[in-house]
Design a protein. Sequence first.
Length: 235
Amino acid sequence: MAVHTLLLQQFPLLKSLTPEALAHLAPLASVREFAKRGMVLEKGPPAPFLCFLLEGRLQALDFTAEGREVGLYFVEQGDFFGELSLIDGESQPEFIIATGRAQVVVLPGPEIRPVLFSNAQLAETLTRRLAQRVRQQISQRQILALANPLHRICAQLQIMNSATPEGVAPAPGQTRHVFIIRAPTHQELAIMVNLTRETVTRTFQVLQSQGVLTRQGDDLVVDRAKLDQLAAKGD
């Protein structure tokens, strides 16, 4: 299914493109749908395209020699992925799977690569995203070094993408709460922090009993001050 230029323009990476550039790319783009646990990108051969997440959430993961899943990072709505192979032509370094129903916009590498590197603003955005991924990986290694499962999970929740409702400001002396939209499942978190799903479930029960977390449908409401306080004990 081909896409409209307005659809491409909603992705932060492509916002600075001229109408002419968008009009050139739109007929080349396509939308792909994935069911839960669907394989979006496989580890191995270079990915011949750049992908944008239109709807849902994805998780990058790999496997240990013993076959255990290792979570690496989440791909959130509006984000791009598959850029490493596009940049250096080397292999795709990890698997990317859908954590639920997802839609992905795909742009062929040979067409999008010259555009990315001929536009200074796009090149800067791409570079900043790569730097962010490196920092995420460093934080992830630090989390795995924490011995206490509670501290490990608190630290993981701290670095997840969160959103504060627009227009909501805390009253003096009150704690601002943040929302983790479409919170990952306990299993998805478990493979990020190298714990069992049962351990994550028990830890969530403790956090909820202490007022750190509250569920609202698929979202989590987080008391940021309490979470930061618990996470700091693992430093």
